[in-house]
Design a protein. Structure first.
Length: 77
């Protein structure tokens, strides 16, 4: 499968994945959930890492999940 994204779309995808992964890990911390949810959290994390790698290859800054709060304000709009 091929997905073509421009710079702006790649950033939006990364931020959406960061938010989803953060929420999933918070839920897993308070409620282990079922096997399907744990698998989805793992896959979402893997996908986020792939998107971060694409950003690095394209010369963009990629942020780790723990650094989400450090995003510049311009990136949040």
């Amino acid at each position: 499968m091929l997905l073509e994204l421009d710079q702006e779309q790649l950033g939006v995808l990364r931020r959406a994945l960061e938010a989803r992964v953060r929420d999933m890990h918070l839920r897993l911390g308070s409620d282990p959930g079922d096997q399907g949810f744990r698998r989805e959290a793992t896959l979402a994390t893997q996908l986020l890492r792939q998107v971060e790698a694409l950003e690095r290859q394209a010369g963009h800054r990629a942020w780790r999940i723990g650094q989400i709060e450090s995003l510049p304000e311009d990136d949040e709009n």
